[in-house]
Design a protein around this ligand. Structure first.
Ligand SMILES: Cc1cc2nc3c(=O)[nH]c(=O)nc-3n(C[C@H](O)[C@H](O)[C@H](O)COP(=O)(O)OP(=O)(O)OC[C@H]3O[C@@H](n4cnc5c(N)ncnc54)[C@H](O)[C@@H]3O)c2cc1C
Length: 362
């Protein structure tokens, strides 16, 4: 793997607003841009008041940061051919979406359902990114981290990463001890469509029937409808319809995790709210339970389009909060409180934000 040398990795009194896709105004005392493994030895990395950033698509700055922000720009990709499979080692600062596209071009499969998720490769294992029935944990070979305490690189096996729904061991490390430098993925050279996610299945079926009606394909070709490229293009179309492009409308994707409740609680809720979508889950970190649709609960309470200052609930998707241009941290915090309190009062369920909310200690 090749890394570039940074010229001036540390800057003072840095503007952070463009480094988070929610784009609230904020500054950091110091900003360290990591673009080579040598930069890991920088004395600024000993600062205990540290925040690590990749693409900033799952991070919101609710205040200035009185310490160091590290932005990971370690690049590079190397490949180990293992016959039917490849193991790719990718620099944590590479673009996740760019990587998915590259893998499609090369005929390496396993992450095509995760296309168009913004952010960096290093940010992806942190919350075990998932979409359309696939999570990155299914292809992780290992995650390599810089341990700020021992000042050495340390590999984490998939088991050591403790992946769960939008969760991993890295989310629970005090003081950002581990900085991910490289992610290794095991991908297949054979495409096996993972198309059971309901809205994806439906979109592919509609597409096939349209093509057959138009005489474009034979029934035998229907299987091929789910070729990797068609699958990826379908997912991109679905995502563009539901989610705002962070380059145009500031947002961090889903703002709340879908809550997981006990079977008993789910049954009680189903009796009162039969339309509330529920999915049984088996999560190694939490045991068995039922996942509820946070979007449905928020929409049911009439929040779609609700606005406080310039912070608002996206009109096409109730789980997405947006910055309409000049939102302040106060606007956003007031909107979060109103939503979480209303959901708690109506459903007895606690909503937990999905993004990392950064606020200086009072
Ligand atoms: C429009 C939109 C759609 C989205 N769709 C999805 C989706 O479908 N599924 C999904 O799971 N997520 C989704 N997200 C959320 C987000 O894109 C992902 O979580 C992404 O992986 C975050 O990567 P990042 O590099 O931007 O992380 P950042 O926001 O930069 O960081 C997120 C967290 O990871 C930590 N971190 C980042 N890089 C490193 C590193 N190298 N070492 C240690 N810690 C690090 C940060 O400290 C922080 O805690 C979406 C976001 C947007 C804006």
């Amino acid at each position: 793997m090749r890394y570039r040398m940074a010229r001036d990795p540390l800057i003072h009194n840095a503007d952070l607003s463009a480094l988070s896709t929610f784009r609230l105004p904020a500054r950091a005392d110091q900003l360290l841009s990591l673009s080579s493994l040598e930069d890991l030895e920088h004395s600024a990395l000993l600062d205990p008041n540290l925040v690590i950033l990749g693409g900033g698509s799952n991070t919101v700055f609710l205040s200035d940061w009185p310490g160091l922000v590290v932005i990971n720009q370690l690049k590079g990709l190397s490949v180990r051919d293992e016959g039917d499979e490849v193991v790719i080692s990718v620099g944590a600062g590479e673009s996740w979406h760019g990587l998915v596209r590259h893998c499609l071009d090369q005929g390496w499969y396993g992450i095509e359902n995760l296309i168009l998720i913004p952010g960096s490769v290093g940010g992806a294992p942190i919350q075990n990114i998932g979409a359309y029935g696939v999570e990155i944990s299914s292809v992780i070979e290992q995650v390599i981290c810089w341990d700020r305490v021992t000042r050495a690189l340390k590999p984490f096996s998939p088991e050591a990463c403790q992946f769960a729904y939008r969760d991993s061991v890295f989310k629970h490390m005090p003081d950002h001890r581990y900085l991910i430098t490289q992610v290794d993925l095991r991908l297949s050279k054979t495409f096996t469509p993972q198309a059971n996610y309901p809205s994806l299945k439906q979109a592919l079926a509609q597409q096939s029937s349209r093509q057959v009606t138009a005489g474009d394909v034979t029934a035998d070709d229907l299987e091929a409808t789910a070729s990797a490229r068609v699958l990826a293009a379908t997912i991109m179309r679905l995502r563009r319809h539901r989610l705002p492009d962070p380059n145009r409308i500031a947002n961090v994707g889903s703002f709340f995790k879908n809550p997981i409740v006990t079977f008993e609680q789910a049954k009680t809720l189903a009796a009162t709210f039969p339309q509330l979508p529920q999915w049984p889950v088996s999560d190694p970190s939490r045991g068995q339970g039922v996942k509820l649709s946070a979007a449905w609960m928020i929409e049911h309470l009439g929040f779609k389009g609700k606005q406080i200052g310039d912070a608002a609930v996206y009109t096409h998707h109730a789980l997405v909060l947006i910055n309409q241009g000049h939102a302040s941290a106060d606007d956003l915090e007031a909107l979060i409180s109103e939503i979480t309190e209303s959901v708690s009062n109506a459903f007895g369920v606690s909503l937990v934000p999905e993004p990392q909310l950064i606020k200086a200690p009072a």
